[in-house]
Design a protein around this ligand. Sequence first.
Ligand code: PMP
Length: 365
Amino acid sequence: MVAILRAAIRPLARRGYATAVTGYGKEVDGFVGAVGNTPLIRLNRLSQETGCNVLAKAEFMSPGGSIKDRAALYLVKDAEEKGLIRPGGTVVEGTAGNTGIGLAHVCRSKGYQCVIYMPDTQSQEKIDLLRMLGADVRPVPAVAFDNPQNYNHQAKRYAASLDNAVWTNQFDNTANRNAHILTTGPEIWEQTNGGKLDAFICSTGTGGTLAGVTRYLTEKSNGRVEGWLADPPGSVLYNLVENGKAERVGNGSITEGIGQGRVTSNLQPDLSLLTGALHVPDSASINMVYRLLDEEGLYVGASSALNVWAAAELAKRKGKGSTIVTVLCDGAYRYQARLFSRVWLESKGLISHIPENLQKYIVLP
Ligand code: PMP
């Protein structure tokens, strides 16, 4: 048997195939053991174009499909460590997106109940997915944050009404930021040969990723590695970082899960560490969704595309030879009905930003 195997391997090795498995190490313990440790992908075309190293961490490869697996895991761990939740308990969160998916997975794997409050404006696909993952989904009227019936307040109240339950509070519970100080930051440091990078840049929803990674890289490099914000239309943070005033730029954005109207407790401690911010219009984000697919074979959502556009822009500013790192937050699967629909793209006035030779990817009516 061994001889047969060797006979199969030798010709492959001669053709340059390596048989060593790299990066993943030994078996991991269940779903939670598989969270993180994602590859850092060199984006070859953008790197070539800029004369820099544009690198992106493949968070879409996490087992729940997004960067929010890390936050979900650390929010639950934090509740366990503080004794807020015991076996069989209930995790409650207000979320319409990736955090809910991450929490639903983590809860199944650890044997907790998962209850998700979300605005009733969300797509049926999102509700269905969370239900398939075993979550108890509660769509509630979409009202502003200052209304007590807002989905976040309802989540908080519901958790308080139960015994052995926790409201994970992803926006203001800094266990979220800690996930990135303890995992994403150190992984980037290791994967760039001990911190051979000039800057990290990404957009924010809760701010956990940007704050945690910036904190880790800044401290580890004694301030040499810079942290930058990439911000979509509709957010106040670009102006806050660049001009000190929390004023919105533009209205809404086609990106989902990012853009903020306030400074969360996760971002607050590290806001002053940021070197600067880049505003990224939707036209640039949609263009990059299609370029990444065509040039790199990467099928990622609009927040990832926004991050990559910003990383390439920052690379140009930093000059040839610089190394910029960002994150690919999730795959395009969750948004494909929009991002690859001609009708939808036309309704947003975005078709003209997709070059003609890439319009073949618009396969949905
Ligand atoms: N991209 C997507 C698709 C997301 O769902 C989120 C989280 N809302 C982010 C980016 C931003 O991550 P963070 O909450 O760590 O700022």
